[in-house]
Design a protein around this ligand. Structure first.
Ligand code: HAM
Length: 403
């Protein structure tokens, strides 16, 4: 038997239903906030992720499914959705249009990580990207939207927020941080030592306990923001307070992708083990420009679908549609015109084998049908069908025009 690859999963039956329930709920809410669908290729030029997610990030430096295609091109299976959406946005010249654009997407992402509970090599995200709105009101609106999606799906969460500043306040902060890190360099882990050179901000979210204890005394960017970033961050916290959305300011929250500035956030759940982030996002005002578009502020997020599948209960399915069955061989083909006619309005299950009454009733129950429609010898002669409503238990025979 051939198994799926390590860290990859089939979504069958119940999982498939749950997946569709999550995605349709998220789409319904995203549409209310003005988002429309965007689909971008799974395979992209490697350069796209190097330039956007960042060469020194773990995702790009260690985790990409990267190969040379038959034409000799350096390509990657997308590790995340934002870079492709921004590329598509620039490619379609939407950056030159005065209107604000908002897109949602869902689909598979690929990261060659060490698989564990909640961490897959192929996983699915539902994401949204909003272009052209610089106001912190949009950051607040996006956080509200995610809260609403989780609320509708019955998921509890903790929200962590931070500000990563902007080109005015980040560079001087980085300098102060690097000086601090050099002082404690010998006690920091190998990864942190490498990051001091490549991406010092990422040292802040090192998972190593010793590193974390050494970082307690580091200067925090949140206390060194420029006036504009500081005002926006305070506005965001006030808006969240007023909306009753509880959050924690996490000064070490830097996110694993390099394109963020200002607002960064993560939704976490304490019910799914160590891989607890169920959604993440933030503002990335420089990325469109970085990918050769006109300067366009942007903010977005992505939800990890497999992670929230652990938390979502499928709503009780109500009986739906019609089960059609024949009790004599001659009646089987009489079922098809009825099925075709009824499929214009509802779900229809056709049993191809002639069977006894009890067996059909069991079959109707299995597919959770609302109505059972049966044709036996008597019905064939009279040109009628026997119908039972499995909710009200009402039974009747009905004249059928189609035969
Ligand atoms: P991210 O934090 O890398 O952000 O991923 C978003 C979510 O995807 C995570 O919170 C997690 O739930 C899920 N996820 C990530 N890696 C895995 C994995 N290996 N297995 C299962 N689930 C996983 C981004 O990808 C950004 N593009 C989000 C964004 C959109 N920022 C702005 N716009």
């Amino acid at each position: 038997m051939i198994h799926p690859l390590r860290g990859m999963k089939d979504l069958t039956f119940e999982d498939g239903k749950l997946f569709v329930h999550i995605v349709t709920t998220a789409i319904k809410i995203a549409k209310r906030y003005g988002y429309s669908y965007i689909e971008t290729p799974i395979l992209e030029a490697t350069a796209l992720f190097k330039r956007s997610v960042g060469d020194s990030s773990d995702i790009v430096s260690k985790e990409m499914y990267r190969f040379e295609d038959k034409g000799g091109n350096d390509v990657c299976m997308r590790p995340e959705g934002t870079a492709g959406v921004v590329r598509a946005f620039v490619h379609a010249k939407l950056d030159r249009q005065p209107i604000k654009q908002k897109f949602y997407y869902y689909g598979p992402m690929f990261r060659y990580e060490r698989p564990q509970k909640g961490r897959l090599r192929e996983f699915h995200q539902f994401g949204c990207e909003s272009f052209g709105e610089a106001s912190v009101y949009e950051d607040f609106t996006i956080i509200t939207m995610i809260s609403q999606i989780f609320h509708e799906l019955g998921i509890g969460f903790n929200l962590q927020i931070n500000s990563l500043g902007c080109p005015t306040c980040m560079p001087p902060y980085k300098e102060t941080l690097v000086n601090f890190l050099i002082e404690i360099k010998n006690d920091l882990c190998e990864d942190c030592n490498r990051r001091i050179e490549t991406n010092p901000i990422r040292v802040l979210d090192c998972k190593n306990q010793i590193c974390q204890s050494l970082l307690v005394n580091s200067t925090k960017l949140i206390n060194n923001l420029c006036e504009g970033c500081d005002t926006d961050f305070k506005k965001l916290t006030k808006l969240l307070d007023n909306a009753g959305i509880t959050y924690k300011v996490d000064t070490n929250l830097v996110r694993g992708l390099d394109y963020y500035n200002k607002t960064a956030f993560e939704f976490v759940s304490n019910k799914i083990g160590s891989q607890s982030a169920i959604a993440g996002g933030g503002r990335y005002d420089k990325l469109v420009e970085f990918l050769d578009g006109k300067p366009t502020p942007a903010v977005g997020f992505a939800i990890g679908i497999e992670r929230i599948m652990e938390l979502v209960q499928m709503p009780e399915a109500s009986r739906e549609g019609i089960y059609l069955g024949a009790m004599t061989e001659d009646a089987v083909e009489k079922l098809f015109p009825i099925a075709t006619a009824k499929r214009k309005e509802t779900k229809v299950t056709v049993e191809y084998n002639a069977k006894g009454f009890k067996s059909h009733m069991k079959g109707a129950d299995k597919v959770n049908a609302r109505y059972v429609v049966l044709i036996g010898e008597d019905e064939l002669k009279s040109g009628r069908v026997w119908v039972k409503d499995l909710e009200s238990k009402e039974e009747k025979t009905v004249k059928v025009e189609v035969f």
